[in-house]
Design a protein around this ligand. Structure first.
Ligand SMILES: [Zn+2]
Ligand SMILES: [Zn+2]
Ligand SMILES: [Zn+2]
Length: 321
């Protein structure tokens, strides 16, 4: 059997992809995380008092950032559990399920905000306290600003933290926009502005969560990992001497950063024991060139009737082989 190694991953909060955390997460990142819990909770209470959908949307976004990190931590812990006879692939996909659940939750809240905003656009509220809106947004500016500065110190070491930092910058801009909106409403009764700002924030939330949804769906569909070209993998395998043909290839994600692989390899007639060095060579090749750490080969001499690169599983009646 091949080694079941874990690939190293960066630490932290990565928007745009499923968050992968490891145990070396820095203190700054944790601090940024707690700020993202405390500030939105204040903002939600304040936003309800101020009757401002913009503040509530901003808070929901920040809270979503917190829950995505929290869920990633918990799922990563669970993901390390050893495989069992019931779950032979282990628990790595808990991270994918958790990310999907979090996005579903955030989208649900977005729907609620959109509904409330539509109602308000039809009949704008009599009064929104611009001063309170500006004050609550100011807390967001300070919180996101601090998070941004903390993360910037760690960003040189990790690509993931860099992604988180850029996201915090976008969050900072959002809070600044709400702050400006609050100041405008303090001096002008343009209360529709609140609903418009809230629409922009919801659009931003959906835009930053959408890639996570796509990535999770692809993993759950057993899709070929993005960037991996099946035809290239096949060519590399067939270039190895002793391999006549490679067909019926499958490569898929077990978790966000681990790949599994199976295929049929046609070889000249030989004793089964003689395929062992070839198998090791192919495994080494897949690990080195494609970071595939779990590969299973079916060595065959007589054609099995499925010479295509793709398997026809599900297209024809299952046969006993
Ligand atoms: Zn195995
Ligand atoms: Zn955010
Ligand atoms: Zn075959």
């Amino acid at each position: 059997m091949t080694e079941h190694e874990e690939q190293g991953s960066g630490c932290g909060h990565q928007h745009g992809t499923i968050t992968v955390v490891d145990d070396s997460v820095g203190r700054s990142l944790r601090l940024a995380m707690w700020l993202n819990l405390f500030i939105p909770l204040c903002q939600i209470v304040g936003g309800i008092m101020a009757q401002s959908m913009a503040v509530i949307s901003d808070a929901v976004h920040n809270l979503g950032d917190f829950t995505s990190l929290l869920v990633a931590y918990v799922a990563h812990r669970i993901g390390k559990k050893d495989p069992t006879e019931d779950y032979t692939f282990g628990y790595r996909r808990v991270e994918v399920l958790a990310a999907l659940l979090n996005v579903a939750l955030i989208f649900g809240v977005c729907l609620f905000i959109l509904f409330e905003t539509a109602v308000r656009l039809q009949s704008p509220p009599e009064h929104i306290s611009g001063g309170l809106v500006a004050a609550l947004a100011a807390i967001g500016v300070v919180g996101n600003g601090f998070s941004f500065l903390f993360l910037r110190r760690e960003a040189e070491h990790s690509l993931n933290v860099r992604g988180a930092m850029l996201h915090m910058l976008a969050d900072l801009m959002t809070s600044v926009a709400v702050l400006v909106g609050g100041l405008v409403m303090l001096y002008r009764p343009w209360y529709w502005l609140d609903a418009v700002l809230s629409l922009f924030i919801v659009a931003f939330i959906i835009k930053s969560s959408w890639p996570i949804l796509i990535q999770a769906a692809r993993i759950l569909m057993e899709g070929t990992p993005p960037g991996m070209e099946l035809e290239v993998v096949r060519r590399e395998l067939e270039a190895v001497s002793g391999v006549e043909n490679a067909h019926h290839l499958h490569v898929w994600n077990i978790g966000p950063d681990t790949y599994s692989f199976t295929c049929h390899i046609v070889v000249p007639e030989q004793a089964l024991s003689e395929t062992k060095p070839l198998g090791e060579q192919l495994r080494g090749l897949l690990a080195e060139k494609f970071h595939i750490l779990h590969a299973v080969f079916e060595f065959e001499h007589l054609p099995c009737g499925e010479n295509d690169i793709l398997c026809r599983m599900g297209k024809s009646e299952p046969q006993m082989r």
